[in-house]
Write a protein that binds this ligand. Structure first.
Ligand code: URA
Length: 157
């Protein structure tokens, strides 16, 4: 399962997450891992509607949508959650630690203790293509963690 920040204009109009330019890159990132949203990846957002003017979600807005997201996670029961971008990662983990410091390790997402890893947001990667190498490292790490989970291995201390 991948969790982004909030719908953009196109997502809001279509009622589907990640369908714009950033969504195309996200689909390519998934394809590189031999995964796709039709068969094995569910995509959701922290916020369920678009913040006015595309501004960052406010903490009270994220808090209002949290129950909805937690129910989605429960229903999907994902092997692994990938938080996409700083806002999603910080929101989900309840931290203000920089994304760079959250990368490369497995976190436990409360209240279910779901394994969670983080990566950069595809919209950021479109603006900063030099960072794609790091995103690739993150996705390879996510794939490794996922494979270990599928083999019944523990990934959390
Ligand atoms: N960015 C997000 O975080 N989510 C979307 O659905 C689209 C763009």
């Amino acid at each position: 399962m991948m969790v982004g920040e909030a719908p953009g204009a196109e997502e809001d109009a279509r009622g589907e997450p990640f369908v714009g330019q950033a969504g195309k890159l996200l689909d390519n990132m998934l394809a590189a891992l031999d995964m796709n949203r039709r068969d094995n990846v569910y995509i959701a957002n922290v916020l369920k509607c678009r913040p006015p003017g595309n501004r960052d979600p406010r903490p009270d807005e994220a808090a209002q949508c949290r129950g909805y997201l937690e129910r989605q996670i429960e229903l999907v029961s994902p092997a692994l959650i990938v938080a996409v971008g700083r806002i999603a990662a910080q929101n989900l983990l309840g931290t203000d630690t920089a994304l760079a410091r959250l990368r490369g390790k497995v976190h436990a997402l409360a209240p279910g203790g779901w394994p969670l890893v983080v990566t950069y947001h595809p919209a950021y990667l479109l603006r900063s293509p030099a960072e794609k190498r790091k995103a690739w490292q993150d996705l390879s790490f996510a794939r490794q963690v996922y494979d270990r989970l599928q083999n019944g291995e523990r990934v959390l201390p």
